[in-house]
Ligand binder design. Sequence first.
Ligand code: PLP
Length: 399
Amino acid sequence: MKESLAIFGGEPVRKTKIFYGKQDITESDVKEVARVMMSDLITQGPEAVALEKALCQFTGAKYCSMVSNGTAALHIAALAADIQPGDEVIVTPITFAASANCILYCGGIPVFADIHPETYNIDPEDIRRKITSKTKAIVAVDFTGQPVEADAIRRICDEFNLIFIEDAAHSIASSYKGKMVGNIADITTMSFHPVKTITGGEGGAILTNDPDLHHKISLYRTHGITKDETQYEYENEGTWYHEQQLLGYNYRITDFQSALIHNQFRRIDSYKARRQEIVKQYNDAFDKIPELIVQKEIDGADSCRHLYVLRLNFDKLNCNRKQFFDALSAENVQPQVHYIPTYYFPYYQRLGYKKGLCPNAEAYYDSALSLPLYPKLTDEDVKDVIKAVKKICAYYAKR
Ligand SMILES: *Cc1c(COP(=O)(O)O)cnc(C)c1O
């Protein structure tokens, strides 16, 4: 029996709307921010350093640099990788625009490689096909929090002498074959925007094991200026002396944001456990429904999912993505779509990118929607989401 959908005047599955993501700010977070606000140093200082240490310890990475946001982290990663005008960098189109924009900031050329049709991460086979003599780096995104196939990507990077940049905006606390994200690629970037797993309002991090890359990253973060006398090119003229050695930026983070991120980070294990629990509940519910397609887990991945993506199987449904999306929203379960392929945007189209470039990514985009996923979702909320999805499936099913 088909229930009447809320979008056609039926009773919605729930009274209040749930969104796809939501930050979790506690009393203790507020206290930490207030404590630092009242201290002598409020911009980047000891709190940022303490957080860098904590992220190194957690991931196993040797070096970490906190920055103002995830986009700044990607920009610095591209600068440290020495992306020059005309250099090609391979990137996935199923990501937030910043993953490719950071290449353009340096005058580089984003070359889009297609995604794997079942894991939705960049496909190492297609990376190989897109390599030319101008390729300098790969920006691989751990989409939804699932780490990329790092073994295959590392082999390609070694073979063609490329820098492996991992955009881990979604994947803090994930691991691949026993190695934590942050300790896998040449450079890993993170974001602490409010929709991400932990937040500082804004914030970013750059991790590496390479001392030379770390040195460049530190310079680019603060105008290219160093106060480390062991690094001076010219004579140290006195205690006031410092040197600008390259053209950097002001990408510092404040110390009160660092304290907020650090305090949230103390809850990372429980966040991960809860996110994994919710993903399992969704997977168990949707796996057996032929109208739906569940994201495939990569071998060796232990994912702390930031997003839960569901795909619609149009062979078995009498609706399109927009109809399903709007119907779910009317049931008061607000989905989102991650992501519009980057090269679909007018800016990229004007640069000459054409639709048809990455068929898997395009088919993915037409059929995907993201369901609510954040630690504060109750079991009741999760049941409502499942109920709403099933209700719409039953309504539009061809069977
Ligand atoms: C959020 C996000 C970014 C950008 O991070 P900001 O902190 O918002 O600048 C980059 N890449 C991906 C995949 C993201 O999700």
